[in-house]
Design a protein. Structure first.
Length: 122
């Protein structure tokens, strides 16, 4: 796995109630997520990861109409809830410190970022 200061690129389609983030962070930990839009506006909230290190962002915590196919590229970063100097590193397809995503139009339903899988303990 490469360890870089770069972003994983993904997309969502229909995202009605929550945005699932399949980033392998530490399990059962409190984090602060920050989404930056194409105008550099920042939106943030807190979340606790599940037993796999995944989390979700309720769409109700974002401005209405924010996630549309015309919104451009968003950047999602995750910070330690108590020490927010730099973004957390997490694993999706590689070790990265952010996710850049867009919203696709059409009828396809995809509300997750990262691979949708069940992690295997080693």
């Amino acid at each position: 796995m490469d360890n870089c200061s770069c972003c994983f690129t993904d997309y969502i389609a229909k995202c009605e109630t929550e945005l699932q983030v399949n980033a392998m962070l530490l399990p059962s930990q409190l984090y602060r997520w920050v989404i930056t839009d194409k105008f550099q506006n920042k939106y943030e909230g807190e979340t606790t990861t599940d037993e796999n290190g995944f989390f979700s962002i309720p769409v109700a915590e974002l401005p209405p109409g924010m996630l549309t196919q015309y919104s451009g590229i968003f950047r999602l970063q995750v910070f330690d809830a108590y020490a927010a100097c730099s973004p957390e590193k997490f694993k999706i397809a590689m070790i990265t410190d952010c996710i850049e995503f867009s919203v696709s139009g059409g009828t396809f339903a995809k509300n997750n970022l990262g691979c949708d899988f069940e992690p295997i303990s080693v």
